[in-house]
Design a protein around this ligand. Structure first.
Ligand SMILES: NC(=O)c1ccc[n+]([C@@H]2O[C@H](COP(=O)([O-])OP(=O)(O)OC[C@H]3O[C@@H](n4cnc5c(N)ncnc54)[C@H](OP(=O)(O)O)[C@@H]3O)[C@@H](O)[C@H]2O)c1
Length: 304
């Protein structure tokens, strides 16, 4: 029986995860097909997850939070972030995290089944790309986060745990940045500071000259999205000594990366994080070491 893994989201037309995950599965000659579950209701995809041939799934926009009530457990990082981007079925790959926190009280499915545990590999993928591809160590640094959506939550927790000195969250919708800052406050250690600021040029102009790292967690600049061709900030707001990390991976050179280059700052795009978060998911499902070179090659090819 051919086993299956899927990506759950909507819309999924432009996702490149199927290309690089299937390449990794084929590298090991595993009889596993990576499927696209582009569904309008997350419950429909959960039915696929419960099938005996399914090992697990990736979860993407807009279901990273809404899938949680349908799972049986959450790994501690997913619990903290409040979002899931990877699901693993009990008995597969590395098996469930021993401390997979039981959420079955809210699970709708009470029949006997192999448990489904939710993980978040966005945080680990982000940190690995930041350290290995940008050679940037966030400990003690001042960081500006642009955006407060799903991925900003994963990045915010990762940076606070990594010991940043100060985290400043800018978001168009003030309520969302305040909520993120409130959630992060419970993790603050020592003299770390976390604050929410308005999405205004004058406010950014005052704050950004001090920062060491700017992370774009908005959808601005993303191909096929409403913010295509737009940069969240212009070159004049970017300090030449800062590192600019745009999580948008398509196009590979985003409008923000161009602005960073104009400002003389270093810049990194989101492709490496995408592959690293996928590599962590691959290892959870299969228990095998992710073939990174194969995955990077397939991801780059899929973007051409
Ligand atoms: N490289 C990777 O591995 C990776 C992983 C995950 C996500 N991403 C990328 O990260 C981006 C965000 O993903 P997400 O899951 O966090 O999405 P999300 O939860 O929908 O959040 C979107 C964010 O973008 C902001 N935004 C949208 N349009 C804007 C505009 N016109 N002006 C200012 N802000 C705007 C939103 O602000 P409001 O709160 O005001 O709406 C929100 O902060 C996407 O481009 C995604 O592809 C990359």
């Amino acid at each position: 029986m051919t086993r299956q893994i899927g990506i759950i989201g909507h819309p999924l037309k432009h996702s490149i995860s199927p290309a690089f995950q299937q390449a990794a599965l084929d590298f090991y000659k595993l009889d596993i097909a990576y499927k696209v579950w582009d569904v309008e209701r997350v419950e429909w995809a959960v039915e696929q997850l419960r099938q005996p041939e399914t090992l697990g799934a990736n979860v993407t926009v807009p279901y990273k939070e809404s899938i949680i009530p349908f799972l049986d457990g959450l790994a501690p990082q997913a619990w903290e972030i409040g979002a899931v981007n990877t699901v693993v079925k009990e008995g597969e790959g590395k098996g469930l995290s021993a401390d997979c926190i039981n959420v079955s009280i809210i699970s709708k499915d009470k029949s006997p089944h192999r448990r489904l545990c939710g993980y978040n590999t966005d945080a680990s993928g982000f940190m690995r790309a930041l350290r290995e591809e940008a050679a940037f160590e966030p400990r003690g640094k001042i960081v500006a986060l642009l955006g407060a959506g799903g991925v900003a939550r994963a990045v915010g927790f990762a940076l606070v745990h990594a010991g940043v000195n100060s985290l400043i969250v800018f978001n168009r919708t003030a309520q969302r940045s305040r909520q993120l800052v409130e959630a992060l406050h419970s993790k603050v250690r020592g003299k770390q500071t976390i604050s929410a600021r308005s999405w205004r040029q004058d406010v950014m102009r005052r704050a950004l000259p001090q920062v060491d790292l700017i992370v774009n967690c908005t959808t601005l600049g993303m191909k096929h999205g409403p913010g295509v061709g737009k940069s969240p900030i212009s070159a004049e707001l970017i300090p030449a000594g800062a590192m600019v990390y745009d999580l948008v991976y398509n196009p590979p050179v985003t409008p923000l990366i161009r602005e960073a280059q104009k400002a003389g700052a270093r810049a990194l795009g989101g492709l490496s994080m995408l592959v690293y978060q996928g590599a962590d998911a691959f290892e959870l499902w299969t228990g095998r070491k992710a073939p990174l070179d194969i995955m990077f090659e397939a991801a780059r090819k899929a973007l051409e």
